[in-house]
Design a protein around this ligand. Structure first.
Ligand code: ISE
Length: 333
C-alpha cells in the first residue's frame, strides 16, 4: 500500500482525500495536514486517515509517507514541491505551481539536480475526455491545421471576497493557458487582456487574446462572477473542421413545455472523471517512476506562470505583452 499525505484540508484537499480512499486502489490516506490541526483532524476522521498534523514539511519528511498531494493555498505550492523533491517523494501539486515564473524555475532546477521528475501538476483538464478528443482530432488530421481556439471559463462567484481581475489571470486562467498549449502543442508569443466595466463591486470578466508561436489565435473569457453555474466551453477551429465541447450533463429535465439542463456548482463536479483519472495516473507515476504522458510537469507550470505574468501586465497597462520563455530543457522533452 502506498501511503499518501494530503496537505491542505480545504475544498480541494477534501476532494483529494475522498479520491485517495475511495478511488485509488493500492493507495491509503496516511496523514491529513492543515495549519488548522482541528480542521485536519476532522478531515482525517471523515476519510479514515491514520493521522492528522499541522506542519507540512515534517509530514513530507515522515518515514510513513510515500507520496504527497499538495492542496494548500497557491503560495505554498512551490515551497512544498521543493520540500517533496528534497525528501525524494513524488508530489501531485494543485495548480498553479507558482504565480512567479522564477519560483517555477527553482522547482525545475531542483528536479533536474535530483535527476528525475517528482512534480505532477494538477492541471486536471488534460484528463478530461473533451480535451482528449480535441487533441486527437488535431493529431489525426480531422481538423486540418489549427487556426483559432475559443475558450469560456465561468464560475458562479469568486472564491474570495478580495479576488481581482489579476487573480482571474493568475488563479483561474492558468487552466486555459495550460490546456490550450497542450491541445495545440505550441507556445504563446503574446497576450492582451481587457475588462468591461461593472456597475457594482464584483470583479468584471477578463477577456484575453493570445497569439501562439505558430500564428494561431486564442481567446479566453474568464468570468468569475457568472452567477448561473460553472460553465467551461471550448471550440477548436481548424482549416477543415471545427470541434467544440458539449455541455456535460447526465440528464435533462423536461417540464412545463421546456427543457432544463443543469450546470455544476463548481469544477469538482464538471471535472469529476478528470480528477480521478489524474490521481490514478499519479499513483502509477509513484509506483513505476514513469511520468504520465499527458500530465503537466514543472515545465508546464513554468509555461503557465510566464504567460500569466505577462497577462497581468497586459491588463494593467492596456497593451499587448510579449511572452518569452527560456529554452525548454532537454530534461522535460
Ligand atoms: C480554482 O482555483 C480552480 O482551479 C477552478 O478549476 C477554476 O475554475 C476556478 O476559476 C479557480 O478559482
Amino acid at each position: 500500500m502506498l501511503r499518501i499525505a494530503v496537505i491542505g484540508a480545504g475544498l480541494m484537499g477534501a476532494d483529494h482525500a475522498k479520491i485517495v480512499t475511495e478511488e485509488m486502489p493500492g493507495a491509503t490516506l496516511q496523514v491529513v495536514c492543515d495549519m488548522d490541526v482541528g480542521r485536519a483532524r476532522k478531515m482525517a476522521e471523515a476519510h479514515g486517515a491514520v493521522d492528522a498534523a499541522s506542519d507540512p514539511e515534517a509530514v513530507i519528511a515522515r518515514a510513513d509517507v510515500d507520496a504527497v498531494i499538495v492542496a494548500s493555498p497557491d503560495f505554498t505550492h512551490a515551497p512544498l514541491s521543493l520540500a517533496c523533491i528534497r525528501a525524494g517523494k513524488k508530489v501531485l501539486c494543485e495548480k498553479p505551481l507558482s504565480q512567479s515564473s522564477k519560483e517555477c524555475l527553482e522547482v525545475m532546477r531542483a528536479e533536474q539536480a535530483a535527476g528525475q521528475k517528482f512534480v505532477q501538476l494538477g492541471f486536471m483538464r488534460r484528463f478530461d475526455q473533451s480535451y482528449v478528443e480535441m487533441k486527437a482530432a488535431l493529431a489525426d488530421g480531422t481538423l486540418g491545421r489549427a487556426l483559432i481556439m475559443h475558450n469560456f471559463h465561468r464560475n458562479v462567484e469568486t472564491p474570495a471576497s478580495d479576488f481581482t481581475g489579476a487573480m482571474a489571470i493568475t488563479n483561474s486562467a492558468p487552466h486555459e493557458f495550460d490546456i490550450v498549449r497542450h491541445v495545440l502543442g505550441t507556445a504563446y508569443a503574446s497576450i492582451s487582456a481587457f475588462q468591461p466595466k461593472r456597475t457594482d463591486a464584483l470583479v468584471a470578466p477578463v477577456m484575453m487574446v493570445l497569439e501562439t508561436t505558430d500564428g494561431q489565435l486564442v481567446n479566453i473569457e474568464v468570468n468569475n462572477n457568472a452567477a448561473y453555474g460553472y460553465d467551461v466551453r471550448a471550440e477548436l477551429v481548424g482549416e477543415k473542421a471545427s470541434i467544440a465541447m458539449n455541455q456535460v450533463a447526465y440528464t435533462r429535465l423536461d417540464r412545463a413545455r421546456g427543457q432544463h439542463v443543469g450546470y455544476d456548482a463548481d469544477w469538482r463536479g464538471r471535472y469529476f472523471d478528470a480528477y480521478r483519472r489524474q490521481n490514478r495516473a499519479f499513483l502509477r507515476f509513484v509506483e513505476t517512476g514513469n511520468f504520465p504522458d499527458i500530465a503537466s510537469s514543472a515545465w508546464d507550470g513554468y509555461a503557465a506562470a510566464i504567460v500569466a505574468e505577462a497577462g497581468v501586465i497586459a491588463l494593467s497597462e492596456g497593451c499587448k505583452q510579449p511572452v518569452s520563455m527560456i529554452q525548454k530543457p532537454e530534461f522535460y522533452a
